[in-house]
Design a protein around this ligand. Structure first.
Ligand SMILES: Nc1nc2c(ncn2[C@@H]2O[C@H](COP(=O)(O)OP(=O)(O)O)[C@@H](O)[C@H]2O)c(=O)[nH]1
Ligand SMILES: [Mg+2]
Length: 298
């Protein structure tokens, strides 16, 4: 298996080549303008682009950026900014993770990938089908459970998601399960009743297991770029999001959105999705990400 850096590098191919193209347009004599423009094109968002461009100008005026060292400087700043947003996660027993977000972002796929990784590391794991709107959603998760060899706890379609989660957590406690990954229904951040339902599911977790959910992972589709930030803010407020999973990085040149998320939400990116297969979920490590994005562009 390729190592993390190589796999991330491959996942970031489109973003990397866009950055390379924009930054080399002036023969690699990077100016404040070309830097800001390249960053905006990769969707780091206006705030982050402005901050980095300003810092760049100041650093260069002070002679802190060597000729030809522009990319090294940028890589270090990106790493530092991403590390600032990083905080630890409390562990629970069972450790309960809620996977939330709008439709089609990759929640079910991500929940299954996470469960597969936990199982591979020797943890007794279950998946919970709290997307009860459609029978097909439950079947999809069951299919994934077979694929990653993790049992799926489900009830009938139409069941109350809160009840499904409560029963599953009680059973998990009784059986000494280590990790519980809960797949929830996609919902628009603007639908008040569905957001209220999510708040209820979250409270139910705490009633079944003290301190749960230990993580609420918001799944964002990287191909939406900074457009996904509006929904992200709403989820953060209503669902107590503790971390972000950026999926479909493999299909976009908007990988800079990782920086926009860190800046805008103050919530760390935890994982990135770089494909549809079970092994295509990579832990997010700021230093590795900065290297994968910017090393060897010239
Ligand atoms: N290329 C790519 N596709 C992904 C990734 N994550 C999920 N998908 C695809 O996105 C689609 C929607 O995924 P799904 O998990 O059903 O989304 P949900 O509605 O949020 O549960 C599926 O076709 C997945 O295979 C990723 O990281 N990369
Ligand atoms: Mg789903």
């Amino acid at each position: 298996m390729l190592d993390l850096l190589q796999r991330l590098r491959r996942g970031l191919e489109a973003t990397r080549s866009l950055l390379g193209e924009r930054l080399s347009a002036g023969g690699w004599s990077v100016t404040r303008e070309t830097l800001e423009e390249a960053l905006l094109a990769s969707d780091v968002g206006p705030d982050m682009a402005e901050i980095l461009a300003q810092e760049f100008e100041r650093a260069r005026a002070k002679g802190a950026v060597a000729d030809g060292g522009e990319l090294d400087w940028l890589r270090q700043r990106v790493r530092a900014l991403l590390t600032e947003a990083d905080v630890g996660v409390p562990r629970g027993k069972p450790h309960v993770v809620l996977v939330v977000g709008v439709n089609g972002t990759g929640k079910t796929t991500t929940a299954a990938k996470l469960a597969g990784l936990a199982r591979e590391s020797g943890r007794q794991t279950i998946l919970v089908a709290a997307d009860t709107f459609r029978a097909a959603a439950i079947e999809q998760l069951q299919g994934w459970g077979d694929r990653v060899q993790v049992p799926v706890v489900a009830q009938r379609a139409g069941a109350d998601p809160g009840a499904v989660v409560f029963d599953a957590l009680k059973a998990a406690v009784a059986r000494g399960v280590d990790d519980v990954i809960v797949d929830t229904a996609g919902r628009m951040h603007t639908k008040q009743n569905l957001m209220a339902e999510l708040e209820k599911v979250r409270k139910v977790c705490g009633r079944a297991v003290a301190g749960a959910p230990h993580e609420v992972l918001l799944v964002l589709d990287a191909t939406s770029g900074t457009n996904g930030l509006v929904q992200a803010r709403e989820f953060r407020a209503r669902a107590g999001v503790t971390g972000v999973v950026l999926t479909k990085l493999d299909g976009t040149a908007k990988g800079g959105v990782v920086l926009a998320v860190a800046r805008d939400l103050g919530v760390p990116v935890r994982w990135v999705g770089v494909g549809e297969a079970p092994e295509d979920l990579l832990p997010f490590v700021p230093e590795v990400f900065a290297n994968a994005l910017l090393e060897g562009l010239a």
